[in-house]
Design a protein around this ligand. Sequence first.
Ligand code: HEM
Length: 191
Amino acid sequence: MAGSCATKIREPSQGRKAAALNDIFCAPQIAWSSLQRPDALLLRLVCNRSLANRLIIMSFDLDVLRIFLHVLAVTVWVGGQIVMAAMMPAIRGIESGDTRRAFPQAFQRVAWPAFGLAVFTGIWNILAIDMAAQTDSWNMAFGFKFLLVLISGGAAFYHSRTANPKLKGATAGIALLSALVAMFLGFGMTH
Ligand code: HEM
């Protein structure tokens, strides 16, 4: 049954009636997959039924979207900190305090939404994979990674609030280093 569903949908010449037929024809299979995968159900909730069915049958793998968003979020969080650190000597040379502060403030406007997206997609990751089926070393790596993510977020928050130059420098270093190790562990968990 699976083969015939997918083939049918990929023939655009079939037109709307045929596509609607496909939806009905494939519904039982899709319904079961939705039950198994909360994220497929999510897709069916956020877009109309026919689009959701097409995406699911055309093997639009939500794992691709989930991992893409997770990696995108963490590249902004980690990569952004690296770029800010590289730009800091030049920024410090700017006379006007307002202009100097404008750079980190601009970074924060993308960094914190990215951190939020990393947490949201991280939870989606947990929902989408069978955590119980993972090895002990995977669970240990995940636990350590999660701790490092909390440290990175906490240090970055403190860094943005403190006026003490020494503490600002130290917390910037902790935020970046812990995020880098979390990223390394993340790839270690999945590859
Ligand atoms: C700064 C924060 C974070 C960084 C740098 C990070 C980094 C990564 C990376 C690089 C991967 C591998 C992606 C791949 O190529 O497959 C990954 C996977 C994963 N992350 Fe994160 N992550 C962060 C936050 C989180 C949070 C907050 C959670 C949980 C709430 C989380 C849960 C997971 C899970 C469960 C996977 C495995 C996904 C899978 O096997 O499909 N991550 N993370």
